[in-house]
Write a protein that binds this ligand. Structure first.
Ligand SMILES: NC(=O)c1ccc[n+]([C@@H]2O[C@H](COP(=O)([O-])OP(=O)(O)OC[C@H]3O[C@@H](n4cnc5c(N)ncnc54)[C@H](OP(=O)(O)O)[C@@H]3O)[C@@H](O)[C@H]2O)c1
Length: 262
């Protein structure tokens, strides 16, 4: 009860973000993040939805017709060559301000086991779930640094944060069921990137975290999943609102707020 109060109270009170960019924003949890940010009592001035096929992102275009603060930009994690173009577009949208929050949400998952796993499947997951978020974060760093200001003291979600949507399945310490080689290792790699970047970016005042969103009713999670994506997006936004100093950086969080083992 006490944790619930803390998360929700601080989440609501402190969540006043100037700008947020969400990858994989055309469907699933990413689309719900966009919806929930737009629905905040004080929505961000800029909600930037990134997806690999903007022309086909009907839900985002419908939202854009209603919300002037929403923009759509192309980001394909399999094609890191064009990322600089996305940065230029985002820079033009933000004007003089930096980027406060980057949510590395896009991801893929397939089922495999020791008999079925292939080298190609491993590399495909590594490319999208591990290398992609690293390269996206790298190109947006100048804008994140700009938002963080002079950095050092007072890091907070309202300044600059990188939040990667990982998975409990990527936790080495909490793995007790085996299987899913490609997904597990790619998310474990993502968690290492979170830890590593949290150290490298501490001096800049940028918070870097991984979050496990639970089992969600999306294309990835399937209809038997235990939670709705819109409810979880809201919950995670509230959780992110509690990241108010650099003591929160460099961790893998369960959506409940519990710090998980890497
Ligand atoms: N669902 C769960 O139960 C669950 C559990 C734990 C963690 N997660 C994590 O939560 C995040 C969101 O998952 P979800 O359930 O919303 O999955 P989803 O419904 O399958 O949506 C995945 C999103 O990622 C995008 N994407 C895939 N490959 C991409 C690429 N190469 N470049 C850019 N975007 C790409 C997809 O875009 P397209 O439409 O273009 O394919 C889509 O927008 C993922 O990182 C996932 O690993 C999910």
């Amino acid at each position: 009860m006490r944790l619930w109060f803390k998360v929700n109270y601080f989440g609501k009170r402190r969540m006043k973000i100037g700008s947020v960019l969400v990858t994989g924003a055309n469907r699933g949890l990413g689309l719900e993040f966009v919806r929930q940010f737009l629905a905040l009592p004080t929505p961000p001035e800029h909600v930037i939805s990134a997806c690999r096929n903007p022309d086909g992102a009907k839900d985002l275009h419908d939202l854009k017709n209603k919300h002037k603060n929403l923009s759509i930009v192309k980001v394909d994690l399999n094609d890191t060559e064009h990322l600089e173009e996305a940065v230029k577009e985002v820079e033009a949208t933000l004007g003089n301000s930096g980027l406060n929050l980057l949510i590395n949400n896009a991801g893929i998952a397939s089922r495999d086991n020791l008999d079925t796993i292939t080298a190609e499947e491993m590399m495909r997951h590594f490319r999208v779930n591990t290398v992609g978020p690293l390269m996206v974060t790298k190109v947006f760093l100048p804008l994140l640094r700009k938002a963080a200001g002079s950095g050092g003291e007072g890091a907070s979600i309202n300044q600059a944060t990188v939040c990667s949507i990982s998975s409990g399945v990527g936790s080495i310490g909490e793995n007790d069921s085996g299987g899913a080689y490609a997904y597990r290792t790619s998310k474990a790699g993502l968690n290492m990137i979170t830890k590593n970047m949290s150290i490298d970016l501490k001096k800049d005042g940028i918070i870097v975290v991984s979050i496990h969103p639970g089992w969600l009713k999306t294309d990835m999670g399937g209809p038997n999943a235990t939670m709705e994506a819109d409810v979880m997006a809201k919950k995670i936004i509230d959780l992110m609102g509690t990241f108010t100093s650099d003591e929160f950086t460099g961790k893998l969080y369960h959506f409940s707020g519990r710090v998980m083992q890497f």
